[in-house]
Design a protein around this ligand. Structure first.
Ligand SMILES: Cc1cc2nc3c(=O)[nH]c(=O)nc-3n(C[C@H](O)[C@H](O)[C@H](O)COP(=O)(O)O)c2cc1C
Length: 210
């Protein structure tokens, strides 16, 4: 079996972390780089990722995250927050980044910016919000895969009240909304769920070959 698939079988959404184990700075940087390199529609990356080690902040978040123990016990907590209303400035800044990174004169790529604006800025506020939140899920996927390669555990989480996490982290003022949480660290030996068999649809159920 490929290492990639072995890692997929190794990983699981950890229910109980070993609170005594911390991720090294080097490993944390590896995971951050995997998130940074994630693909996104147009490459816009319309989100921010908060890396939270601070125990007081985590204690505030736990009650609004279904009281889940991982929020406190994991080595680090990541809050992925999508940009709620993508602006013209956000797109201009991305186009500028392409221009600088690839040493391209701005006027040769202004058309790309105009195209993106015609597609994105014309969406309703609700659709813009949903669209940018979707991009976050790709970054989460990359995090899960990268962490599995390093045998670092991750629990992806939607089990929290976004409005309350927004309030705690002051996200509304930043034009952001908490989309997903990831708790990262090392599984506790007492977490029985690590021994559960993976439950997945069969190939026959999942794939339709045309
Ligand atoms: C978007 C998303 C949200 C999830 N939210 C939670 C959560 O809040 N708490 C939790 O313990 N697990 C959560 N999970 C874990 C899933 O239940 C788990 O990934 C799924 O049952 C498949 O099992 P596995 O990841 O262990 O293979 C979430 C997973 C995803 C992808």
């Amino acid at each position: 079996m490929s290492t990639f698939l072995e890692n997929q079988n190794w990983r699981y959404a950890t229910k109980k972390f070993d609170a005594t184990k911390k991720i090294t700075t080097e490993d944390l940087n590896f995971l951050k780089e995997a998130i940074r390199l994630s693909s996104s529609s147009y490459g816009l990356q319309p989100y921010k990722v908060f890396v939270i080690d601070n125990p007081e902040l985590r204690a505030k978040i736990q009650p609004v995250a279904w009281g889940q123990s991982q929020i406190i016990d994991a080595s680090h907590l990541l809050v992925f927050a999508n940009v709620t209303s993508i602006s013209e400035e956000e797109i201009d800044s991305y186009i500028k980044n392409i221009s600088t990174t690839r040493s391209l004169p701005l006027d040769t790529i202004v058309g790309l910016g105009d195209f993106m604006k015609s597609k994105i800025l014309t969406l309703s506020e609700e659709t813009k919000n949903i669209w940018s939140a979707k991009q976050v899920y790709l970054a989460m996927g990359n995090l899960l895969n990268a962490a599995a390669e390093k045998q670092i555990d991750v629990t992806p989480m939607e089990g929290f009240a976004p409005e309350q996490v927004n309030e705690i982290l002051g996200l509304n003022e930043l034009g952001l909304n908490a989309t997903l949480i990831a708790t990262i660290g090392y599984r506790h030996t007492e977490d029985d769920t690590q021994h559960y068999k993976k439950v997945r649809k069969s190939h026959e159920e999942l794939f339709i070959t045309l």
